[in-house]
Design a protein around this ligand. Structure first.
Ligand code: PGA
Length: 241
């Protein structure tokens, strides 16, 4: 059976030096349990790519073009040339803070696939949408629009990360949704895109990791805050000395 994926999203929690140090520390341990990848901040990506590691690299975002007058962006080609395997796309923090639209997100999915990386398309409803009973509708639209124009063959290479916006922790104080709620959403997502891998994200930590990994339809987790501390990583990955 395929190993499940543990994808750590370090956001801007760690400085460049801290990112290098954590990536280095983790790379020195073995884990047979999961496929592991980390997404350091953009500036730490290059130095981390020079560290031999059992863990793969991911990037937190990238642009749709590979060359030209695009001030401040980073390109899919550059990320791929560093050996980056996964690209997180459409994270709720980027939808909210960088005003990313579904149209741009679909272009990014396509560009990331073209560069040979695996797109991890983030979808998730807000608390208000959840309370209004609109979760399924919101998720279906985000998936439909985020994968717009992608062939069936390429859709099968995409991963969907279901991250309810209200479950994402800020400074580690968030509360995850229940395993049953996650399972219900995975069942729904699978009915929409049966060939995609599916991750759960939102306040995953050493206490609840197993309960999500045990869900049959769940192919892994996207972990923010709890993946930025060595001790909790060691527990979650059962790292061996
Ligand atoms: P969290 O973040 O684990 O800190 O809740 C997850 C994410 O936003 O990807």
């Amino acid at each position: 059976m395929k190993k499940k994926l543990f994808l750590g999203n370090w956001k801007c929690y760690l400085s460049i030096e801290e990112s290098i140090s954590l990536f280095q520390q983790v790379s020195e341990f073995q884990t047979a349990r999961y496929d592991v990848a980390f997404a350091p901040n953009h500036l730490a990506l290059h130095p981390c790519s020079r560290i031999p590691s059992f863990a793969a690299l991911a990037v937190q975002d990238c642009y749709v073009e590979n060359q030209g007058a695009y001030t401040g962006f980073i390109t899919p080609q550059d990320c791929a040339s560093l050996g980056v395997r996964y690209c997180i796309i459409g994270h709720s923090e980027r939808r909210r803070l960088a005003l990313e639209t579904d149209t741009l997100i679909a272009q990014k999915v396509s560009a990331v696939l073209k560069a040979g990386m695996t797109p991890v398309l983030c979808v998730g409803e807000t608390k208000e949408q959840f309370s209004a009973g609109k979760s399924s509708e919101v998720i279906a639209l985000q998936i439909q629009k985020g994968l717009y124009g992608i062939s069936d063959e390429l859709v099968a290479r995409c991963v969907i990360a279901y991250e309810p916006v209200y479950a994402i922790s800020k400074n580690g104080n968030g509360v995850s949704i229940t395993r049953d709620s996650a399972n219900a959403m995975f069942t729904y997502i699978q009915s929409l895109v049966p060939t995609c891998g599916m991750l759960y994200g939102g306040s995953v930590n050493p206490e609840n990791l197993e309960s999500f990994m045990e869900i049959e339809l769940c192919d892994g987790v996207l972990v923010g805050s709890a993946s930025t501390k060595f001790e909790s990583l060691r527990t979650m990955l059962s790292l061996a000395f």
